[in-house]
Write a protein that binds this ligand. Sequence first.
Ligand SMILES: [Zn+2]
Ligand SMILES: [Zn+2]
Length: 320
Amino acid sequence: MRAAAGKRGFQVARHFNLVGIAAMHLGAVWALWHYGWRPLDVAIAVGFYVLRMFAITGGYHRYFSHRTFKTSRVFQFLLALVGTTATQKGPIWWAAIHRRHHRESDGPNDVHSPLQRGFWYSHIGWVLSAEHEAYDEREVRDLVKYPELRWLDRWHVVPVVATIALTLALGGMRGLTWWYCVSTVALLHGTFTINSLSHVFGKRRFATTDDSRNNWLLAIVTMGEGWHNNHHRWQSSTNQGFYWWEYDVTYWILEALSLAGVVSDLRTPPQKVLDEGRRGTPAPFREVVANKLDAVAGQASELGEKVRDAVSLPSPADAE
Ligand SMILES: [Zn+2]
Ligand SMILES: [Zn+2]
């Protein structure tokens, strides 16, 4: 059962991706070069970044992908709506790709693993590629049952176009390039560092089966997502900073929203995981080597398939 957003939606999305992301980068460069750093523009761009980074980390990631807390249908829609203005496609698509990332983490079927297709592909190449537009509805059964989420997922370009129109109406070209382009480009790269850098640089507190890392700098940029090795160890926890010194602004905001009664049932990791982390057990050497060998074996078999296709040889399975 492939696809979910319909062919027309995919075509729109594909062109929007390539041309839109390139134009957004040009707009950001133009803003910095032509308009300079006016404090009001910087403040609006930062504010818009923080709001949408929260919609991605608290909404797309911790709510839609992992269901780590509960909320009303209205706030669920609001998280999805603000999330779409981050220009990272729809919430259902995002959750489906992300659930696969956890299941296949750093294996051959992980869409954005730096171990599989290199750093740049894991950072942004996979988003620009037309390969990953479709998703398996079976991975997101809990989300596709909401018609309003399906609509947003299919027409995720609508809130983006509305945001562009609004910034243009309120601030002219300066508003469009500074408030939308600069802020959104920073947001895209900030989010994507979790797929690329957080699987390469940082410390491994837990011996997970992937290459995820904890990185304090990325935790600042992404409002708490940099504790990515913690997250791969216990993905159903709302907080990703497991200890008091691990800065997790997204979780602090969710705690405040929980006190206000907007969200509820925030989940935390069990004591045994916290104790395991305190012991600071490094990944056993054997396990690290086994992971690397698995990744290499996956690449080798894929390459074998390609060579077999290229010379039109039957695969061993077909020959039997
Ligand atoms: Zn996750
Ligand atoms: Zn990861």
